[in-house]
Design a protein around this ligand. Structure first.
Ligand code: SF4
Length: 367
């Protein structure tokens, strides 16, 4: 019987939602607990996505709140404690207080495998808990293991142990190439990243089997498991797969990803929001603030109310200044210019135009 818990955090974004669907379809025997850390400041579309997912999964998604009092909003409570100091990309107290701490409390001291929806076409690592009882797994990537695990496995001091495992465990295909790669020491001209990619390119499943066997002698949660089905996973999922999974499952893509037409100085353009998270999130781009102002003005004005005593969401500009007509026109024109330079796909989603946007910011909020 399994001694570990399997958990999957639903951020309200497309990738974690698609991961929950994917895990149910692909690994129905894994008993996964779903949770979401609610800031109480998300767009309605996010709450609708979570409702749709619950129906699809046939399971409750546990809502974790940083503050339990029913009359107190978690974000507002912590903002008061901070004396009105708005969070920013530099001092991001909101992620710590509203997402990471409630998650770590929920997990407690149980050994936990946490599934994270970072895609195969992304270049970021995501949230890695510092707690040794939490192990992150990335099912959409070719490399499902977290950076700390890979660092241990490929550490020069462990080559001998790895070779012993290579000889003793069942592998799909033992090859000289794979063996040579395993034995090759890391050097300046042969980095850990290169070694990892070559091993994965050589045989993903065998590499996974080896890592899983290696973990047995460690304190990682998966050391307790006799069998872990994701060891056999060699699929890589990218952005278009995510939209396909959401659409085919019937859960649907949150409406804020859909492009909306606008016109500025007789030029036509399109905008949308590129990710989930709080409606006032300081990570959003200026064109997304304009989208919020024009599509959800009530939320924009609520975001404006937070800008007091010199604190603003943006670094150099208040929201009051951002919605001056000449400034809105300028932001739209800048967006048009950027979009025309990047219009490589006929995708209807802004994330394909602002494709760097997803890799900036908060993995706990935007996956
Ligand atoms: S979405 Fe943005 S504002 Fe909200 S908790 Fe995450 S980083 Fe903070």
């Amino acid at each position: 019987m399994s001694q570990i818990r399997h958990v999957l955090g639903i951020s309200g974004g497309k990738d974690s939602a698609a991961l929950a669907i994917y895990m149910k379809q692909r690994y129905p025997t894994l008993d996964i607990d779903y949770y979401t850390c609610d800031t109480g400041k998300e767009l309605d579309e996010t709450y609708r996505l979570i409702d749709n997912l619950e129906v699809y999964l046939g399971k409750k998604i546990k809502e974790l709140k940083a503050v339990q009092h029913p009359d107190e909003n978690s974000f507002d409570f912590h903002l008061k404690l901070k004396g009105g100091y708005l969070p920013s990309s530099i001092i991001r107290w909101c992620t710590q207080k509203l997402k990471l701490e409630p998650f770590e409390q929920y997990v407690g001291t149980d050994p936990v495998v946490s599934y994270v929806g970072i895609r195969g076409d992304e270049n970021r690592e995501g949230y890695i808990s510092k707690k040794s009882n939490i192990q992150s797994i990335f099912p959409f990537r070719k490399n499902i293991w977290s950076e700390d695990v890979i660092r241990k496995v490929l550490n020069i001091a462990n080559i001998e142990r790895l070779m012993d495992l290579y000889v003793s465990i069942d592998l799909e295909k033992k090859s000289q190439r794979f063996e040579e790669l395993l034995m090759s020491p890391l050097e300046r001209s042969f980095t850990m990243e290169q070694k990892l990619h070559l091993l994965l390119d050589s045989n993903v499943k065998d590499f996974n089997r080896l890592v899983f066997a290696f973990l047995k002698g460690t304190n990682y949660p998966l050391a307790h498991e006799q069998y872990f089905p994701l060891v056999e996973n060699d699929e890589v999922l990218v952005r278009k797969d995510i939209f396909r999974i959401l659409e085919e499952s019937g859960v649907g893509v949150p409406a804020y990803y859909k492009l909306i037409d606008f016109e500025v100085n007789n030029q036509k353009g399109q905008y949308a929001r590129s990710r989930s998270g709080c409606y006032f999130c300081f990570f959003q781009q200026r064109i997304e603030w304009v989208w919020l102002y024009e599509q959800h003005p009530e939320m924009f004005y609520k975001a404006m109310e937070y800008e007091k005593e010199g604190y603003t969401w943006g670094q150099n500009e208040s929201l009051e200044d951002l919605i001056k007509p000449e400034r809105i026109a300028q932001i739209k024109l800048e967006h048009l210019k950027k979009a025309s330079g990047k219009q490589r796909t006929a995708s209807p989603f802004l994330t394909d135009i602002l494709d760097d946007a997803e890799e900036i910011g908060c993995a706990a909020c935007f996956i």
